[in-house]
Ligand binder design. Structure first.
Ligand code: FAD
Length: 286
């Protein structure tokens, strides 16, 4: 299907993008890989698209103790970021998104602003405790990932705000992270995804553990019960399996099923992928 007719305007700066948005009441378009498919099936029909795709100041990754990722950074750029404490889970998840065309056009900001429960990056940013920076004509504000994802395709971004950057901490020094997902074989979207961030002491005992899940829950969700299954122990096959079981119990009835995968299957698979993410994160925590 074709989208309904729409006007197209291109912004040359953040200020212009915000102006055009408020004047036209339109929608921002970055890579277009989530918005255009929705327009084609007419789930949404904005009258104006405000193209932010050439705001080069919002593209790229800078190191500053942690890392600041511009909203227009593509998935490919994140997937090719290497070493220097850049979170391994983020690099890994970006490399698993869709196919090369999707990774070359799709942006981190678009992925996060769209808040699709099947997307990978919200899960990773939730586990990493990322901070999102939103810019409006009134200034900027920071939103923690825990408050950013508010529901199915819903975020804390206000209509007059542009997501401009996302900040994450660095790893190393005993901290490691990993992302693992069961994916839809056609689209590569997550059917069940898990991101683990762990800190190990010199003996290999886990001193902190954060696991977020997505794909099967309405929004990326940090699981509170897993720390008690893991902290104070070494991450062995048995601990990872216990964590997987705790994950299944915690998501409980909050699991969504669809034509691709039913509720029970997704919940069951979640445990497997939580265990895999934890094991991989521990192996990287050096
Ligand atoms: C075939 C296919 C397979 C895919 N597979 C996966 C996958 O495996 N995993 C995965 O995570 N994703 C997947 N995606 C989605 C892909 O990652 C998208 O690129 C991403 O979700 C949206 O980014 P975008 O830049 O294309 O955003 P757009 O489509 O341009 O915009 C999406 C939404 O976000 C808003 N928006 C965009 N940028 C901003 C901003 N800076 N500030 C405020 N609002 C903004 C737009 O107004 C729109 O509402 C897939 C997409 C396709 C087409």
């Amino acid at each position: 299907m074709y989208p309904r007719p729409f006007e197209y305007v291109r912004a040359g700066s953040v200020e212009e993008a915000l102006d055009l948005k408020s004047k036209t009441g339109g929608r921002f378009i970055a890579g277009g890989h989530s918005l255009l498919p929705m327009m084609k099936i007419r789930v949404t029909s904005p009258e104006t698209l405000v193209d932010i795709g050439r705001l080069d100041d919002l593209r790229g990754i800078s190191a500053n103790g942690g890392f600041t990722i511009g909203a227009l950074t593509t998935h490919s750029m994140v997937a090719s970021e290497g070493g220097n404490g850049f979170p391994a889970a983020l690099k890994e998840a970006a490399g698993m998104i869709g196919d090369p065309q999707v990774r070359n056009r799709g942006t981190v900001g678009g992925n996060v602003a769209h808040a699709d429960p099947a997307s990978d990056l919200p899960t990773v940013f939730a586990a990493l405790g990322a901070t999102m920076t939103a810019t409006s004509k009134g200034g900027t504000r920071d939103i923690g990932a825990a408050d950013f994802f508010t529901g199915l395709f819903e975020s804390a971004l206000n209509d007059d705000e542009l997501l401009t950057a996302i900040e994450v901490g660095s790893e190393g020094g005993g901290r490691g992270s990993a992302y693992a997902k069961l994916f839809n074989p056609a689209s590569r979207y997550a059917v069940a995804g898990a991101c683990a961030v762990v800190d190990l002491d010199g003996d290999g005992t886990c001193t902190s553990c954060t696991v977020a899940v997505g794909g099967l829950t309405p929004k990326a969700t940090v699981l509170g019960s897993l720390a008690s299954a893991v902290v104070g122990s070494r991450i062995t096959e048995a601990t990872a399996e216990a964590a997987g079981q705790a994950a299944r119990a915690e998501v409980g009835d909050d699991v969504m099923g669809d034509v691709y995968a039913g509720v029970e299957y997704r919940r069951d698979m979640l445990g497997v992928f939580v265990a895999r993410a934890l094991t991989a994160a521990a192996s990287r925590a050096v």
